[in-house]
Ligand binder design. Sequence first.
Ligand code: ADP
Ligand code: ASP
Ligand code: MG
Length: 436
Amino acid sequence: MLVCKFGGSSLADAKQFEKVKDIIRRDPQRRFIVPSAPGKRGPGDEKITDLLYACQSAAAAGRNFKHIFERIAFRYTEIAEELQVDFPQEWLDEVCEQIADGASPMLAASRGEYLSGKLLARYLGITFVDAAEVIRFTRDGHLDEETTNALLSARLMPLERAVVPGFYGADEDGRIITFSRGGSDVSGALVARAVNADVYENWTDVSGFRMADPRIVPDAKHISTLTYRELRELSYMGATVLHEEAVFPVRKAGIPTNIRNTNDPLHPGTMIHDVAERDPNGCVITGIAGHKGFTIISVEKDMMNAELGFGRRVLQAVEEAGVNFEHLPTGIDTMCVVVSEKELSGKRDQVIDRIRELTHPDTISVHEHLALIATVGRGMVHAFGTAARLFTAISTQGVSIRTIDQGSSEISIIVGVDEQDFEKTISAIYDTFVRT
Ligand code: ADP
Ligand code: ASP
Ligand code: MG
């Protein structure tokens, strides 16, 4: 049995809905469907979710939002008309009233998936199961995974087929709570776990993962198989085909995820397993990902090593400011903390002063506008000289490496370079490991 999640671009207009229906018809195993809200039909278009957030914030500020809501209503009615599905005006009116009555941003945003699910269920002629009844959050807004699993199983198992809208659920009091953006991927994974699917199919607008972001390496090779650990490393570092949290429920249950392309349904896509053969692409590495916007704080002090609790005190300063750190490359007498610029913004001086106070360092320096790039691959552990090849590839481009973190995972090496060298570095790594 298969669970299929369809992303926003897969449901952007009536043509896309038709493709979805064809995909579901093609295999009777595709029994449980998790839709997103209609996304962009092309560059410059609007996502329903963004429009709903805009309505909510206008309403909250006491401004008129009806002209924005009309754009939402038009999208759904246009799709329904073209598909010749009855889509009652009351469904739209109800959402409009909720927003006018002071709906929370989460409630407002969730209505995109809710309406999309209602429409899709009608179009496919199958049962609609409201996610508010089966995806459970705690009152403080965290997913209650075990209760969700029990509720979903009990509700879905007896059904032949069903549509469960993505992105949201509710707490015990029925208050609607959403995942973070892109969270329909998480809903799909929860459904897949609950019905013990053979495969979690995640349908989107690309035929799976490429070895590097195609905007940087236009001919980057397709990845046929990935492990969940590699996926975690790649998506954490910016290859954001799947929501980060969509990995855990299915991985735990031993269910593979298959990224598929709604616009090219015969392409096998990328299969993500717990274990995979050693180097399916014939390369040592599986993929490269990264992003910009990091700062390194370097703390130096002679004999730091011998000073008990030094590292803890540095991290205490970071923690007190409520800042998460990403990496912690350390040397004998230096310790670096890599944090995202977003996290640090407005708190930089507070953190530096507190580190000074707590550790009395010889020097403390801050290096901004850094990009982190992860080179990931299960084959790297076995290949000799991978790090040397990587550093040579980067330095022959005249790029200085600001920080290196081999990590404890052994399946990735992370380097920090100046933001202006980001694209050049990714291309150089790709050329070295894939083209030669
Ligand atoms: P959906 O709306 O279906 O959930 P997303 O936009 O969330 O789709 O995810 C798909 C997008 O991920 C692709 O359109 C592509 O731009 C982007 N992407 C980022 N990194 C990669 C990569 N390494 N390989 C393939 N696609 C990537
Ligand atoms: N519609 C939501 C968003 O735009 C959730 C999703 O598409 O997965 O973030
Ligand atoms: Mg997505």
